[in-house]
Design a protein around this ligand. Structure first.
Ligand code: NAD
Length: 491
């Protein structure tokens, strides 16, 4: 496995209409553990995206017309090839994405399930029969839309890319994918290799990678091109707002899953050991670069010392360093820009009076697990998504105060509440302004068949299960008259 992790992929070009198409330019894709070159990636142009969209448009009628169980079989084949090549994905996620080995293995295991649950969607009903005043046969029928543009992030390149397009394919759409410039292989061309080997027909799935410099014009084309019917986006709130606004102007459907500033609430009757262990995972898994990461710990003042002691003892044991050593559970941040941003958030907080309880050190692209207390609303870290291995901890006195602290953010992705009194915890969970809430667990949870998504600035639309079909189908009203419709006699 270690040798495999040093291997570099062979990049043959973008994947358009079932063929590898070299791009005129390339960009450097770096390994964030040491900023060494991982691969030269195609720097796709607007022209490349247009070709991909044209190929997807051409492939759409035949793919949509396939019997549903043939599409399901294709999705199962994708899952099988994915599972066969799992180790290659882990190696790419570790080297290109700067993820810990365990995180890569978790993702690799999950993605197969994304495709299998998408295959199951093919067997769902595609509509409803409605009563008619005129005795007509009336149907509300779900139909595929056409070409779907998928834009994915780097932090979970396997899960978030596959989640972005699997249900769209199941519903009969065709896809053009643009992965993040930070994981163009693990979140992009690697999927092209898998779907190609699985025998997905040419044009049904296309991948165009591009650099950060090109993404604005390439991204605009993926939305504005008249042959694109819907957009599937996972990423930051800033870019998501831009994309949703453009989709609105062009009257196109958008499913946008965005950032978070998630809290975990620990009540005085919680199992503190379990809560401390969960908080350690929720705060620091993948260096805190998960949209659902626990960014605020809200601790009842009566158990503050006890909880913080247990939590800090655990967090102190996490080792930080290059991810080719599997003992380094905390790898680098994905790029130097992110590392500088996270350090600036720590410095701003400390400059305004926050106390560093643990960590606080940063070098190259690495930031140690960091715990801050004495944080207040004047600090950027209270409002901004940190997306790094930094958590702030605050005491509270009453349930109402904990709920108000949780809701004091523009975001609304997930919430978490710990208590041995399930009734009380559930009551609090129901008052959190989030799309998702968990009792007696931390914030990072997902399963392929659940309605995953946020409220407020965390996004619109839901991925997962039958809810993802809302994002990737049109709902049509179709009627069949049987002579029961009467018209005024003057006609
Ligand atoms: P990002 O918004 O910078 O990039 C996401 C994608 O958008 C990338 O593919 C990028 O190339 C593309 N992009 C950037 N500018 C664009 C433009 N002008 N037009 C079109 N596409 C453009 O986000 P990121 O840094 O890759 O990911 C981290 C963010 O994603 C965090 O805010 C995180 O919370 C969020 N996220 C949300 C979820 C969720 O499900 N809610 C899941 C994972 C990550």
């Amino acid at each position: 496995m270690l040798d495999q992790m040093k291997a570099r992929p062979t990049i043959r070009g973008n994947y358009i209409d079932g063929a590898w198409v070299p791009a005129a330019r390339s960009f450097d894709d770096l390994n964030p553990s040491d900023n060494s070159l991982y691969a030269h990636m195609p720097d796709g142009s607007v022209e490349d995206v247009r070709r991909a969209i044209a190929a997807a448009k051409k492939a759409f009628p035949a793919w949509a017309a396939q019997p549903f169980h043939h599409r399901a079989a294709a999705l199962h084949r994708i899952a099988e090839v994915w599972e066969k090549r799992k180790d290659d994905f882990v190696a790419a996620a570790v080297a290109e994405g700067g993820g810990w080995l365990g995180k890569g293995m978790f993702e690799a295991g999950y993605v197969g399930e994304v495709f299998r649950s998408a295959a199951a969607l093919c067997y769902q009903n595609t509509g409803e029969v409605l009563p008619s005043e005129h005795g007509k046969l009336m149907m509300a029928q779900r139909v595929p839309m056409g070409v779907v543009s998928v834009i994915s992030p780097w932090n979970m390149p396997g899960i978030l890319t596959s989640r972005g397009f699997a249900a769209a394919l199941a519903a009969g759409n065709t896809v053009v994918l643009k992965p993040s410039e930070d994981t163009p292989y693990a979140g992009g061309l690697y999927f092209a290799e898998i779907l190609d080997e699985a025998g997905v027909p040419p044009g049904v799935f296309n991948v165009v990678t591009c650099s950060r410099e090109s993404v604005s014009e390439v991204g605009d084309e993926m939305i504005e091109n008249p042959d694109v019917k819907a957009v599937s986006f996972t990423g930051s709130t800033a870019v998501g707002r831009h994309i949703a606004a453009k989709c609105g102007a062009h009257l196109k459907k958008a499913c946008v899953e965005l950032g978070g500033k998630d809290s975990m609430i620990v009540l005085e009757d919680a199992d503190l050991d379990a809560a401390a262990r969960a908080a350690n995972f929720g705060s620091f898994m993948h260096q805190g670069q998960v949209c659902m990461s626990t960014e605020k710990l809200l601790i009842h003042e009566g158990v503050w010392d006890d909880f913080m002691g247990r939590f800090l003892d655990r967090a102190r044991k996490l080792k930080t360093g290059p991810t080719d050593d599997k003992d380094n559970v905390i790898g680098p941040l994905v790029n130097t820009r992110q590392a500088i941003r996270v350090k600036a958030l720590i410095d701003d907080a400390v400059g305004k009076g926050a106390r560093v309880e643990l960590g606080g050190h940063a070098w190259d692209n690495f930031v140690e697990p960091t715990v801050l207390t004495h944080v207040d609303r004047s600090m950027d870290i209270w409002h901004d998504e940190t997306f790094g291995p930094v958590v702030v901890a605050l005491p509270f006195r009453t349930d109402d105060e904990a709920i108000a602290l949780n809701n004091d953010t523009e975001y609304g992705l997930t919430g978490a509440v710990w208590s041995r009194d399930e009734q009380r915890a559930l009551g609090i969970a129901q008052r959190l302004e989030t799309g998702i809430a968990h009792v007696n667990c931390q914030n990072i949870n997902d399963e392929p068949h659940v309605p995953f998504g946020g409220v407020k600035a965390s996004g619109i639309g839901r991925y997962g299960g039958r809810w993802s079909l809302d994002a990737f189908t049109e709902l049509r009203w179709i009627t069949l008259d049987r002579g029961g419709r009467h018209f005024p006699p003057v006609f």
